[in-house]
Design a protein around this ligand. Sequence first.
Ligand code: PRP
Ligand code: ZN
Length: 290
Amino acid sequence: MSSPRLRIAVQKSGRLADKSLEFIEAAGLRIVKGANELLYRIENAPIDLLRVRDDDIPTFVGDGVADFGIVGRNVLEERVEGEKPIEVMALGFGRCDLRIAAPKDFMYDGPQSLAGERIATSYPNILRRFLKKNDVKAEIVTMRGAVEVAPRLKLARAICDLVSTGATLETNGLAATETILESEAVLIQCRGPLSPDLRPLADSIIARMRGVSASRGAKYVMMNAPRVRLPEITEILPGAGAPTVTPLAGRDDAVAVHAVCQESVFWETLEKLKSAGASAILVLPIEKMM
Ligand code: PRP
Ligand code: ZN
């Protein structure tokens, strides 16, 4: 009998497809793109990637056909049938928001403005929950795509659709109002138990993916600083825990400060550090983190 392999469902084509593969490679898994379009094998671990339509990913993972999946939170939240997979973590790419939008002359003043209106969307379940939560009675028109043309065709007064750059809304003379779901790619997992043989592999994949998403955007910052101004300098560093402070040879008044910043380090931050007496400030990318 062949040994078990971990199965990860990924989007075959579309908004997250390439980025999902890049993310998997960043976690150290070498993808072999063979002749089989439906299944890519991982060369250096017993893992298969099942390449499917994104709408099918929550179903595959929910039913245990795949152990894990990478999918937009919007797709996960829209699904209502069957066992719902667990969202293990957000992966930090493919960000987009599900928003209510309407022609620019529509006076939007909170969810109640939608009462009695028709709203076109490809996300009827998420929209229904939003309307219910806000106690708004409105009609939902479900469309598979091209939702943004619905107001012009008088099919609906407003829409509820994904907004990334905002270009689609702009082209169609629509303005976004409420955000009803903040989405990005997430790692999802089947609720059922994993084969014990695969548990250590699954744990290591999760840890690596956590590391990849944490290290992206994070920076390693080094500088020299006057010892007396350390509290001030620590305060300025964005999203850093306790920094590492080491003595500088031959100097009692100054120290070297090293810190991992989880948030973007802007020029303004460097200027503030300089004003606080820091010198020789270096900002370095982080390749891996665990
Ligand atoms: C989404 C959405 C908009 C567009 C928004 O469609 O439905 O059409 O992206 O992006 P923008 O704000 O950057 O213009 P998607 O590309 O996912 O394809 P689909 O509508 O065909 O599913
Ligand atoms: Zn679209």
